[in-house]
Write a protein that binds this ligand. Sequence first.
Ligand SMILES: *Cc1c(COP(=O)(O)O)cnc(C)c1O
Length: 487
Amino acid sequence: MSSENVTREESLDPEDWQLMRALGQRMVDDMLTYLQTVRDRHVWQPLPTEVKAYFNQPLPIESQGPEKTYQDFLEYVLPHPMGNIHPRFWGWVIGTGTPLGMLADMLAAGMNPNVGGADHVANYVESQVLDWCKEMLAYPTEASGLLVSGGSMANLVGLTVARNNKADFDLRQQGIYASPRRMTLYGSNETHSSVQKAVELLGLGSDSFRQIPVNKDFQIDLSELEIAIARDREAGCQPFCIVGNAGTVNTGAIDDLDTLASICCREKLWFHVDGAFGALANLSPELRPLVAGMEKADSLAFDLHKWMYIPYEVGCALVRQEEAHRKAFALTPDYLTHSDRGLAGGKIWFSDYGVQLSRGFRALKVWMSLKEHGVQKYGRLIQQNVDQANYLAKLVENSADLQLLAPVPLNIVCFRFTSDQLNDESLNELNKELLIQLHESGVAAPSYTLINGRYALRVAITNHRSRRQDFETLVGEVVRLGNKLLQ
Ligand SMILES: *Cc1c(COP(=O)(O)O)cnc(C)c1O
């Protein structure tokens, strides 16, 4: 066959590598400038109608090339961020990211390994990161674990192992149908919704998650907990797990984890800790005592994209008994058999420990970030955020127009604008409108919650860019908007 008759073969690589190189360098430059100047911009602004409309375009059929594509990104995507990289973003519990974290994700995507298994370096990087995580949280070194998309997935992994391990039948084969008794688990009514979601996904039914009342510090009420367990046993249920909170999403409350661990030990229950952000308090010597007992958990879920400030997505699930962890997830069909040598060798197959088979190289940004800054610096930044929360609480307490609505044990401050002229219901309406106006002003972005029925402005500080002055700005703006709304 002559070469003219051969179909031209294609690839997705650039036709002109020199142009792609220049474009890539421009992107890196643009993004570093973007990060360096983030403080000069609004935290958030509503998306203009024409930008929203832009995202109704037909599927691209023909090539428009890389430069025009990047131009579209610059025009329609980059100027309209969520705002969480800004120094005055404190909504929900959302991390900030870092420049090297951004670059690390680029390197990871360039190598583009599948970290589900096989013998290649990414698995070793992830193992190293897991060992470092265990050390950071004083968790047993022989524990197993894996990096996941975030706290929700980490809770699902931990609770799956708990359920399968505590079922007295082969749950994987027979399913929850085979359970002679309702399997029940316990956590405070301040527990994050992802735990309920996991319980639902595991087929246990949300009714099986017994939500125990909290004390005035929003920690699980231990005597109510013990009563609930005893009542369930009497009724023929099978209590199997307690979920402890290391940092609740509403107020940052930390349950008495040591006592929860003893109750689990006595009652032969699985002890799962949701430490999404609060677990990292262990990095600060001053805060460490707050999370004592966390290291006794049978499984521990936490995030690296929140209080470790690493770019989305990355969370971590650790499980004390490696065998129990493996038993819950390992499934090895012929086409995934691990071999002794060659590319399919290697001891570490993370797909045996979680839901995903194909997995990205999210470990690299964690590995590089820990090397870049060292763990001590993270401890100082976490302490800095807690100090800032206390500073803000003091500013609130010192203002006649503001009211603190919950204790501040960690990095979350719940407060509201208040006035003698208004009842709770009107104050709820006023603060709701105030928060929207604050968001629209672009000055600061707290979120909201209800504390005992009161609408609260909620400031959760997992932000390494915030400065004390930013909290002064927030308080000034809340007081100004509140008084304007009063008129
Ligand atoms: C954020 C959060 C979660 C869920 O983690 P994701 O990373 O968002 O999936 C679970 N528990 C608590 C306490 C959280 O703050």
